[in-house]
Design a protein around this ligand. Structure first.
Ligand code: SF4
Length: 357
């Protein structure tokens, strides 16, 4: 496993998870730590750092911090949705203290495409309307560029706790924009533990595996401030529809939350499957859902375990052909997104107000 594979700005997919766990010291989520959510039940939340601390807090009804965010650098796709789904799930525990960042400064600093900060606003509004539509409560949301001075004082303070060397050793490069973006991210995860916010306590952030370098540095910084080491749970990457990482920069690999019905049909139609070359072979030998992007999509997003299992079993036994399966997946996505778009519409004004005020 190379550093490149764990580069948060790379669009390459991570293939060998087990090797990654060993090399990077992550713990696998075992059955004792599973909560009742499809991402846990289906082993999509696959690894953790100190999740047991938060798990025990949940079991003992004690407070814990939950923090996540979305960089407003582009449109949201279903890969982002899993992280947001996780956030809404944990935010429903009575004792969670929730922080959801609209990361506009992070987006501006780390993405070359933005020539002015103003350009991030449009995405920030759109992203926020989608985040609210997916069930994140407005009261949990903050916008990086609108945070109070004590948050920024903390970020300046923490910037002195990390050296150029350790940044380079972790990420393999020194890019000023990305350094700034990363410093803000560390601050996002740690600031809720300051006494002006919730105070020192276990915190949880759900991330994709390739974000681990941020997690490790954040924990190092927490040590230097004598804060509780933040816990992380790691979600498997939903790979792209074309056998690569789902990426906003490659629109054909992802279903975006604002894709039209025609775009959805087309993308699903051209998705990589585990189907056989001929109908006869598929009926005789069955397909391979393990490598199929349609099955993977349903595994990540369809809420009914029974439905997803039936797809798997019917595919394996040769009782399901890819044409019918793609249709079922298309219907599911269209139905979900039609309802979602209505909710986005209702939340757009609220989002505009938060971002523009
Ligand atoms: Fe994939 Fe469905 Fe075809 Fe099986 S039947 S390979 S799950 S598209």
């Amino acid at each position: 496993m190379t550093k490149e594979a764990f580069n948060p700005w790379s669009s390459k997919s991570i293939k060998n998870y087990e090797a990654a766990f060993d090399e990077f010291g992550l713990k696998k989520i075992d059955n004792k730590l599973k909560l009742d959510h499809h991402l846990f039940r289906r082993n999509i939340i696959i690894a953790h750092r100190d999740f047991d601390k938060v798990f025990n807090r949940i079991k003992n009804k004690k407070p814990f911090i939950q923090m996540t965010g979305i960089a407003s650098s582009g449109k949201l796709h279903f890969g982002h949705k899993s992280i947001i789904d996780m956030f809404t799930f944990f935010s429903k525990f009575q004792n969670s203290r929730n922080y959801f960042a609209i990361s506009d400064i992070d987006a501006y600093c780390s993405r070359e495409k933005f020539k002015s900060f103003e350009e991030t606003k449009e995405y920030a509004i759109e992203n926020l309307a989608n985040v609210l539509a997916l069930g994140v409560k407005k009261k949990y949301v903050y916008v990086q560029s609108k945070k109070e001075s004590k948050y920024y004082s903390f970020i300046f303070e923490l910037s002195k706790k990390i050296t150029r060397k350790s940044f380079e050793a972790t990420y393999g490069h020194i890019d000023l924009g990305k350094i700034q973006a990363s410093l803000i991210q560390y601050g996002d995860i740690l600031h809720p533990q300051l006494k002006d916010y919730e105070g020192k306590m276990p915190s949880l952030t759900g991330i994709a595996l390739d974000q681990d370098p941020h997690a490790k540095i954040t924990r190092d910084i927490a040590r230097k401030f004598k804060l509780e080491l933040p816990s992380f749970i790691y979600l498997l990457h939903q790979s792209g529809l074309k056998d690569s990482k789902m990426s906003a920069s490659k629109p054909e690999t992802a279903i975006f939350l604002d894709d039209s019905n025609i775009e959805i049909k087309k993308k699903i139609q051209h998705a990589f499957t585990g189907g056989r070359d001929t109908v006869e072979e598929q009926k005789r030998l069955g397909g391979d859902p393990e490598i199929c992007k349609i099955h993977e999509f349903l595994l990540f997003h369809h809420l009914k375990d029974k439905f997803v299992k039936e797809i798997y079993d019917r595919c394996r036994s040769g009782n399901l052909l890819c044409g019918e399966c793609k249709q079922l997946c298309t219907d599911f996505i269209i139905d979900f997104l039609e309802k979602h778009r209505e909710k986005v519409k209702k939340n757009r004004k609220i989002a505009e107000k938060i971002i523009n005020n």
